[in-house]
Design a protein around this ligand. Structure first.
Ligand code: NAD
Ligand code: IPM
Ligand code: MN
Length: 352
């Protein structure tokens, strides 16, 4: 099995080092690891955020473990050269359209949630975010109007097959959980969302065992902090899913805790091909200080083992080790603790 490791920018290499130590500790047979450059680091070394050799490495791999990209010094580059194009390009080129972003409460963190403990305790949800369409990938540009004003535009659109395939992923996920699915859209205003809703309702006919409800995204954002326990699986488009998942992270306690899997139709010998990454970014404000929380990265490795390598037992071992470390009070600065990145890696390894 081939795994590509792309650490990226900012805290990416710092948290990747800890995930790597966990992976090494498992001592899995027949594993081949590759390292590749992505993001601002790749732009500096090769003049492009997603160099052809990196893309080839990803294509050849059964799974990609991805740190984070983003570098303030690159924010004024033309868009196609910016670090973020590395992750957008990988998702798109590998056709990884289904993004699973689980948010579950950890024992001992109830008081660190942005919500009241009795509300935080109820969180056990999965956001299924469409990852290859929406306003992210529509026609975009900036033009000058006849009267001299500049105008930016980004086209929002979904084709029905794009909605259908993510809806199937979400319904199947709900079947494997509590059987409840909430589709989030803005069908009261957006045509894109009306089509989304119509297709989701259509797909629902094949899943009579799943209870489907619909929420407008503004209400969904409110409900997520009012009563997150009402949600089992949430399915939504690229932009809404991006925003709601960062919000969900603070309900759990920190963005440094949330992992993700980006999956497509491709198969490995033991599962699904995929790319795995924390939901957070390169955190330039704390990069280089060794204080980032590597738990989201380590939990992303667990998702890789589960979905791409078929190693459920190892995935659970890692998840339990992280949960135990948290229950024992091992916390990085994002959770108000004093453990540094390495110490958290040590704590997880000790409990593995
Ligand atoms: P961010 O997620 O990088 O950081 C937001 C805040 O959360 C910061 O205060 C940061 O210090 C904190 N934070 C994030 N992860 C943390 C961790 N593991 N431990 C402790 N604290 C953590 O979001 P941003 O600041 O809006 O973006 C920074 C850069 O990252 C931008 O260039 C952005 O485009 C990029 N980005 C990349 C990805 C990705 O690679 N998939 C995701 C999001 C943002
Ligand atoms: C994420 C990030 C990315 C996104 C950016 C960096 C392109 O915010 O993975 O959540 O918007 O998808
Ligand atoms: Mn995001």
């Amino acid at each position: 099995m081939k795994i590509a490791l792309f650490a990226g920018d900012g805290i990416g290499p710092e948290i990747m080092a800890e995930a790597r130590r966990v992976l090494d500790a498992l001592d899995l047979p027949g594993l081949v690891l590759f390292e590749g450059d992505v993001g601002g680091a790749a732009w500096r070394a090769h003049g492009h955020p997603l160099p052809p050799e990196t893309l080839e490495m990803a294509r050849a791999a059964d799974a990609v473990l991805f740190g984070a990209v983003g570098d303030p010094e690159c924010d004024s580059l033309e868009r196609r050269l910016r670090p973020e194009q590395a992750i957008l390009g990988l998702r798109r080129e590998l056709d990884l359209f289904a993004n699973l972003r689980p948010a579950t409460m950890f024992e001992g963190l109830e008081d660190l949630s942005a919500l009241r403990p009795e509300i935080a305790r109820t969180i056990d949800l999965l956001i299924v975010r469409e990852l290859n369409g929406d306003v992210y990938f529509g026609e975009k540009g900036t033009r000058t109007l006849p009267d001299g004003r500049r105008q930016g535009h980004d086209l929002m659109s979904y084709a029905e097959d794009e909605v259908r395939r993510i809806a199937h992923v979400a319904f199947r996920a709900a079947q494997g959980r509590k059987g409840r699915l909430t589709s989030v859209d803005k069908a009261n205003v957006l045509e894109t969302s009306q089509l989304w809703r119509d297709v989701v309702i259509d797909v629902a006919a094949g899943y009579p065992d799943v209870a489907l409800t619909h929420l407008y995204v503004d209400n969904a954002a409110m409900q997520l902090v009012r009563d997150p326990g009402q949600f089992d699986v949430m399915v939504t488009g690229n932009l809404f899913g991006d925003i709601l998942s960062d919000q969900a992270s603070m309900c759990v306690g920190s963005i440094g805790l949330l992992a993700s899997a980006a999956l497509g139709a491709g198969r490995t010998r033991f599962g699904t091909r995929g790319l795995y990454e924390p939901i957070h970014g390169s955190a330039p404000d704390i990069a280089g200080r060794g204080i980032a929380n590597p738990m989201a990265m380590i939990l992303s490795l667990a998702m890789l083992l589960r979905h791409s390598l078929g190693r459920e037992a190892d995935a659970r071992r890692i998840e339990r080790a992280v949960a135990r470390a948290l229950a024992d009070g091992v916390k990085a600065a994002d959770l108000g603790g004093s453990a540094d990145t390495r110490a958290i890696g040590d704590a997880v390894l000790a409990r593995l």
